[in-house]
Design a protein around this ligand. Structure first.
Ligand SMILES: Cc1cc2nc3c(=O)[nH]c(=O)nc-3n(C[C@H](O)[C@H](O)[C@H](O)COP(=O)(O)OP(=O)(O)OC[C@H]3O[C@@H](n4cnc5c(N)ncnc54)[C@H](O)[C@@H]3O)c2cc1C
Length: 285
């Protein structure tokens, strides 16, 4: 009860959730989801909390965490089946050891499989849904459904998976690769991330989506926002599309900074930046 969500978000920000639960298996998850539906209790599925800003007031409901039990990975030929709670880095390690190639560009994305599919995470020209074959999805009544990739509409940081659906498992179709080469490609991406991203401070990754034909980071920087600070929330001096928590930033600090940056970019370029990070516990937004 009253679990602080700052412990579960990469931003290290967020008030308490009424309950924070780790379902012990699929059946348990189904019963929990069904219970929430019948009792009218709000619920939220969290991944690794790396794309999330939680309000200072927290969340009046149940947060569901799949990272302790939905952690299976197996393969048959070039098809990999993986639980939603598996960290992308562990999936990549598994695939690299077996020479199963296709997801290497995603190395360094600190999320789990379920969250990454839900929002179609991507980097260096590859999106996770490019290699998706199917997902097992639980609906709001606790019923399981399998969706093939072609039944899911995907876009930039977007899928049309229902917002109250829970990804519990996914299958990826990969290609044959050379483990040594795959490893060195990933090292290259990680090096670039270390050089360009403020990885030593808490953040939620890119704050704004890339606007058509441009980069949010460039616009934010050109609008003079690098280093702009409200409380302990600061637009990173290293990468302008990251807001970092310098110490004890509140969610309010971050949101005020977001609004200020949006306003300056709108004024300068007439472009209305769209948030990439997901919000939890902000009824007014
Ligand atoms: C340093 C850093 C670098 C990053 N780089 C990238 C990058 O290159 N590319 C990129 O795309 N992102 C990047 N991100 C953002 C983030 O890591 C990814 O978007 C990641 O895929 C989010 O996964 P998560 O498990 O942390 O999801 P969370 O942040 O926990 O959740 C995000 C959303 O997904 C939903 N969700 C979570 N699990 C499930 C599930 N099982 N079923 C249904 N919905 C679910 C949540 O309800 C929430 O709405 C970066 C973040 C950081 C901090």
């Amino acid at each position: 009860m009253d679990e602080s969500l700052s412990e579960h978000t990469n931003f290290r920000i967020g008030g308490p959730a009424d309950f924070y639960l780790y379902p012990k298996d699929l059946e348990d998850l189904g019963a929990l989801v069904d219970f929430c539906e019948r009792e009218g209790i709000l619920r939220f599925v969290i991944g690794n909390g790396t794309n999330l800003l939680v309000s200072d007031e927290g969340f009046r409901g149940i947060v569901i965490d799949l990272s302790e039990t939905f952690t299976h990975v197996s393969c048959k030929g070039s098809v990999v089946t993986v639980g939603a709670g598996v960290f992308l880095r562990n999936l990549l390690k598994y695939c690299t050891e077996r020479g199963l190639s296709g997801l290497e560009s995603l190395v360094g994305i600190p999320g789990q499989v379920g969250g990454s599919i839900f929002l179609n995470a991507g980097s260096y020209g590859v999106e996770i849904c490019d290699r998706l074959r199917s997902v097992h999805l639980m609906d709001r009544l606790g019923t399981l459904e399998k969706r093939q990739q072609e039944e899911i509409t995907v876009g930039y940081r977007y899928t049309d998976l229902p917002s109250d659906g829970i990804v519990v498992e996914a299958q990826f179709l990969l290609s044959e690769g050379n483990p040594k080469k795959m490893e060195s490609v990933q090292e290259g991406y990680l090096k670039e991330r270390r050089e360009k991203q403020p990885l030593s401070l808490p953040s939620a990754g890119s704050v704004f989506k890339r606007p058509a034909g441009d980069y949010a980071g460039r616009l934010v920087e050109e609008a003079g926002c690098k280093g702009l600070r409200i409380g302990d929330a600061m637009v990173s001096k290293k990468h302008a599309n990251f807001i970092v928590n310098c110490h004890f930033a509140s969610a309010q600090n971050v949101l005020r900074l977001v609004d200020e940056v949006k306003e300056r970019v709108l004024e300068r370029f007439d472009i209305d930046l769209e948030l990439e990070i997901h919000l939890l516990g902000f009824p007014e937004r």
